[in-house]
Write a protein that binds this ligand. Sequence first.
Ligand SMILES: *Cc1c(COP(=O)(O)O)cnc(C)c1O
Length: 408
Amino acid sequence: MYPARAVVDLTAIRDNVRSLATHAPTAQVMAVVKADAYGHGLVSAARAAIAGGATWLGTAQVSEALALRAAGVHDVRVLTWLYAPGAPLREVVEADIDVSVAAGWALEEVAAAARAAGRTARVHLKVDTGLGRNGLTPPQLVELLAPALRAEAEGAVQVVGLWSHLAFADEPEHPAVRAQAEVFADAVRTVESAGIRLEVRHLANSAATLTTPAVHYDLVRPGLAVYGLSPVPQLGGPEAFGLTPAMTLEAELATVKAVPAGHGVSYAHQYVVPQDTVLGVVPLGYSDGIPRHASGDAVRVGGPVQVGGRRLGVAGRVCMDQVVVDLGPGATEQAGDRVVLFGTGADGGPTAQDWALAADTISYEIVTRLGSRVPRVHVGDLGGQESAVDAVGGAGRPSEVGAAQVAG
Ligand SMILES: *Cc1c(COP(=O)(O)O)cnc(C)c1O
């Protein structure tokens, strides 16, 4: 029995995808499930997203895409986009996974893999419209068209997609959004006038899906919003966009004890109790993904922890396996009582966004960095043949074995 867990509400994921589809009524939805579905459990989250209407899944790493197919997720298209020379692309092609091409060597390796597999690889050309990260610059894209057309003629590849990624999607009014959209529109024209018939053109992540309909094209690629978190917290929380946070991180107090005024708390006594009080120990620490930057001291309240309806903060340094909370004088909590670090935010409870603020980061990092030893417990009825708790989902990570134990 692990004294903490991330409870993942699959119904929320399903409904968030439904909601995203209504934000982008002219596009299909690719639910991005990279990084173990942003920490939510790859396969369970993928199935919930499909139940909500996602017809595509997106992963960064090839291993994640292969894990989806290996787990029996066959009823959707899957796109993978991040790999280095020598990646197992033959397996990718044989698993019927669409693959991004962002360089000449990648086209050559995908075509070679397709020949070896005796199949046609479905390729999405990635263009760098200004992010300055992965993707062909517009001149490189032009250069790649002739080899791509040759590979198409030979039957090794079919270029089905053109895509790109925005640098300022979370600032919808930023001029870079419009500038990238224009470069993308040019790239679409270039590719199509070369005789390539694109099935899907795609540019929008969560923020653009929610705020910039002009870039929805044929397919939107939300990640964070699938899990119910707002990619634009300065513009509105999840509820403003019809989203519900899917993950609740909860724990049982491991220790509760009274200490006198002046008692130091945790390493280096960064926090000293100002009065006689009661301390509670929460068995989650930085190895579980609790940011050490969210430690508390005399001036700064640490990351939020909800205890018995009260909202408290981490007192003193976040340790590897635990944090301490000052429960206050006369607190009646006992070891074993449930505390919540973040969840839906209903009833004023803390959220992943609150932790992001406390640690000077973004909610993406809070959920994706949740440690692998924290069990994920999947709840929520998807209405299909899904079991309520899909504890063996994902790529067989220890966390999900842990979930099986918690779920009994
Ligand atoms: C991660 C990622 C997404 C999803 O981004 P969110 O901001 O989480 O919606 C979409 N496209 C690409 C290329 C990505 O890397």
